[in-house]
Design a protein around this ligand. Sequence first.
Ligand code: PLP
Length: 388
Amino acid sequence: MKTIYFDNNATTRVADEVWEEMQPYFCRLYGNPSSMHTFGGQVGVKIREARERVARLLGCDPSEIIFTSCGTESDSSAIHGALAALPQKRKVITTRVEHPAVLAVCRDLESHGFTVVELGVDKLGQLDLNELEHQLDNDTALVTIMYANNETGVIFPIEPIAEMVTNRGIIFHTDAVQVVGKVPLNLAQSPINLLSLSGHKLHAPKGVGVLYVKKGTRIAPFLLGGHQESGRRAGTENVPGIVGLGKACELAAQNMADENTRVKRLRDKLEKALLKSCPDSRVNGDPDHRLPNTSNISFEYVEGEAILLLLDRHGVCASSGSACTSGSLEPSHVLRAMGVPFTAAHGSIRFSLSRFNTEDEVDFTIEKMPEIIHRLRELSPFVHEISR
Ligand code: PLP
């Protein structure tokens, strides 16, 4: 059975060109880039090239790039690093719809005496910028707001937000893990101070990420030890991962137009067809400000997990808006924050496409989904409840 992979917001396939470029750095060019000898030095040259490639995609200076191990590390380093550099300030502002890589850190800060404000969102998943403005005060050290949501694809107006925050002398961090490679960025012209990205979301391998730190932004290092990354992140570099990320960034710049035309057209085709063929279905998230690859659809009166299982039998990979914790199915915190009704939040499925998806894959899923939904609704306790 062929695998049809519509779960690219969870992770992506490593591009062939990325894998090819990484290979020499495992068994042949395995030197330590910090070594004095030529053998290690040539690896350092390749890291420099990767840094330049990442900087080109982000529109910033290579010296502003710190390689990390993943998006989670970049988020943690940004938040802890910014707060450690401003010990007199004790307030952090974030949103209720952040990825756990940010939310869990902020909630932990709260237990250590910080004031943490979690901004709510409206039905479309958008923020109220007046509420944000109202919350900015002299005690605020940091505002951390994601660029685009991993579950719904909703894009926040990050440039005006960063402008508002940094005009008050407050540090602004954005988790752009789902954005890099899909939305053009020009950080040299942007007020954003700190930005996180993760390699495995843009066809580079797992285990490599970046924290962008704008020149002049003071943050304390999160990992202490050696002098790697100019003393800003200790630890011997994941050389193959960094090389792969550099290549993936180069490819992302070349393929961005494809993401926004062909991939978007496939996403729209899938979404439109499913809304038409499956009654009581709805799209979650602002349709006008959304990543081009993401569609989060609620199918009322069915469990998302059950849909996933039946899709899986046809080789189709997607993900649901519920997290199965200790036997109880909790609807996603993002959909709850948007006020999506219980029956719809439970039956939500996220399809996230990439440039490796084809028209045939979309057509196959369009054909299979209505019978899956119909079959599950016949078994659904929700439907029987309603018809009683
Ligand atoms: N932030 C967002 C928005 C994400 O979607 C993810 C991963 O799904 C992360 C952070 C964490 O990234 P990583 O898996 O590289 O730690």
